[in-house]
Design a protein around this ligand. Structure first.
Ligand code: ADP
Ligand code: MG
Length: 594
């Protein structure tokens, strides 16, 4: 497994706040309530040094009575109770607020992912997207919860403590705040570095997640090729880099935090030296001095918090930027501005000089392809591997954008119809079978959860899988294991086909979906389909010609171009390519039988 390139770089930064602001507004009553409780905590806390000053002054003047001291102690106790209560309230409200935002953001993110189409998922590995939905969302939640609290607390407490200090002595306050501008400058200087390093950490975590996802989902292949050692080594290498990136990040955070502490201790030192001189000179009382030092202690937390808050916010913003990049991605296919309604009647597909090239490919996958698949016809599509058969199926199932005027349904350009309307009329069985780790019945009824057991069984009968399902330990209720590991390739393919049949849609597109089924069974299934299909338009891709012999028409593709079309007998007579392909397949089949 290659290490995937990453397209999620999160360079958007502060502009990404647009993602959370509407959510924040929605939950603002909670936020405001929480901030008020926080304000109450801070105000109550500011009362305590004033009471301490009273006690110290009483003691210093020798007029303290036991009663007076007990009264002060009681008031302090009541304040402490109030503080504890309000602390509970703000935690409950503000942390709840951040969880609500996280929940909505996750919902929005998931809903948005569901709107994106194949080209996006071709560029962004699943693991990287999973990392966004876990680690990055957690960083946003932390910033919106504890980050916000720490910031509000620091601002409220900082301003209030400074005001109380200035009330005691403006002169001393000015001296005590000397270290602060330095702290602010340092934080500014380090926050850009914090952003860069945290971005690296998150990107590396994306790689790590994708690597693990890829190894675990492909565990069978990995063991068959005895790649456990190499995979473990690859994983460790990514893990070591992740750890180094984290240490580098801790280097910045680790500088900021102690320096904030140093700044607040410097303030204390200045206050003790210069404040002490003021007490000696008689400018302030001993009580004032003690209260001043207590306020400075209250200021310690806001000053320490500067580094912490900067760290949390920077992380939150960085992660928000990464999320925003995916949120800003738009599906490559979009509904036209003026929709036409889907034309009634049985569906006829016509292609006019259809040309299609995958992004980044040099050769077109389909070129100059013109043909009509009439209403109610079963048309076979054959060609060598790489000739463009699956590409045509993708386009008809509306998975990639096509140019105007190339594909028409009942005479209407497919680009003028809504994507949902077209997709709702196509039952598409992709070449790679995808099953869910659920029961057989749930897998067949995936597109139509309301289907009855009788409908499920009817579909299974057409696909010649009914008898085998009855043979499973719990019949239709048998769980098939992660992505169908408990089934054979042919069983998986037939269940996937039954899932499409049960949808009962006017167009059926089967992309070589019976390749692991033996020839006779494939023939039987196609005959059963023909009986079931009257009135539906059906395109069956097969790499084997024999099962398609009775098709109304067979289209032969070669290098994305239409090489020939006609009934089986006509093609045998008219197309040397077809003839050779058919007889080679017959010979190989007979060799296998011998
Ligand atoms: N998702 C894709 N991105 C880029 N190229 C692709 C993609 N899928 C198929 N191709 C290329 O398009 C061509 C046609 O492929 P495909 O339609 O899968 O052929 P077939 O189904 O006939 O085997 C091939 O050259 C293949 O490499
Ligand atoms: Mg194919």
């Amino acid at each position: 497994m290659r290490e995937q390139p990453h397209t999620i770089s999160g360079s958007k930064g502060a502009s990404s706040l647009g993602l959370v602001l509407p959510l924040a507004r929605q939950y603002s009553p909670r936020l405001i309530g929480g901030l008020l409780a926080l304000l109450a905590v801070d105000l109550l806390q500011l009362g305590i040094p004033r009471l301490v000053k009273r006690a110290v002054d009483l003691l210093a003047h020798g007029v303290a009575s036991q009663m007076a001291l007990a009264r002060i102690a009681l008031i302090i106790f009541l304040l402490a109770l109030g503080i504890a209560g309000c602390r509970f309230v703000w935690r409950y409200l503000i942390l709840g607020f951040s969880r609500l935002i996280e929940r909505d953001l996750r919902d929005d993110f998931f809903r948005h992912l569901l709107t994106l189409d194949r080209p996006f998922f071709q560029k962004n590995p699943v693991g990287a997207i999973m990392a966004l939905a876990t680690n990055d969302l957690a960083a946003v939640q932390l910033a919106g919860g504890m980050g916000l609290v720490a910031c509000a607390d620091a601002v409220i407490m900082g301003i209030a403590a400074l005001a109380c200090m200035a009330y005691i002595s403006p002169h001393l306050t000015l001296i005590a705040v000397i270290p602060m501008p330095f702290l602010a400058l340092l934080t500014r200087a380090l926050s850009a570095r914090l952003h860069r390093r945290f971005l690296k950490v998150q990107e590396q975590f994306s790689r790590l997640t994708e690597f693990a996802r890829s190894a675990i989902t492909n565990i069978r292949l990995l063991k068959a090729y005895t790649q456990e050692g190499a995979q473990a080594e690859g994983f460790s290498r990514l893990g070591r880099q992740y750890q180094r990136d984290n240490i580098r990040l801790a280097g910045v955070h680790g500088t900021l935090f102690p320096i904030s502490g140093l700044a607040s201790n410097t303030s204390l030192l200045l206050a003790i030296f210069f404040g002490g001189r003021q007490v000696i000179g008689g400018a302030i009382t001993v009580g004032d001095f003690v209260a001043f030092i207590s306020y400075l202690y209250l200021l310690t937390w806001p000053m320490m918090a500067v580094g912490w808050v900067a760290n949390l916010f920077q992380r939150g913003l960085t992660s928000l930027g990464r999320l925003d990049e995916v949120m800003a991605a738009r599906p490559t296919l979009a509904d036209p501005a003026r929709l036409l309604s889907f034309p009634a009647g049985q569906t006829e597909i016509s292609l006019h000089h259809l040309h299609f090239q995958y992004e980044g490919q040099e050769q077109p996958a389909l070129a100059e392809l013109s043909c009509v698949i009439h209403r109610g016809e079963i048309v076979g599509l054959v060609g060598r591997s790489g000739s463009g058969k699956s590409t045509l199926c993708h386009l008809l199932a509306r998975q990639y954008p096509v140019a105007d005027g190339a594909i028409f349904l009942n005479g209407v350009d497919i680009n003028r119809l809504s994507l949902a309307a077209v997709r709702a009329r196509v039952a598409y069985v992709p070449q790679d079978v995808l099953l869910f780790s659920d029961t057989v019945a749930a897998n067949i009824a995936f597109g139509n959860p309301a289907a009855s057991q009788a409908q499920i069984e009817a579909a299974a009968r057409i696909c010649r899988i009914h008898e085998e399902i009855l043979g499973f330990s719990e019949g239709y209720q048998t769980r098939i294991g992660e992505r169908g590991v408990k089934l054979s390739g042919g069983q998986r393919q037939r269940i996937a086909l039954a899932r499409a049949i049960i949808l009962d849609r006017p167009m059926l597109i089967i992309d070589d979906s019976l390749s692991a089924v033996d020839l006779e069974t494939e023939q039987e299934i196609i005959s059963a389909l023909a009986a079931f299909l009257p009135g539906r338009t059906c395109l069956i891709v097969s790499h084997r010609i024999a099962p398609l012999r009775d098709a109304a028409r067979i289209i032969v593709l070669e290098e994305g171009k239409l090489l020939a079309q006609g009934k089986h007998a006509e093609l045998l007579a008219a197309s040397p390519f077809y003839r050779t392909m058919f007889y080679q397949q017959q010979m190989r089949h007979r060799e296998k039988e011998l």
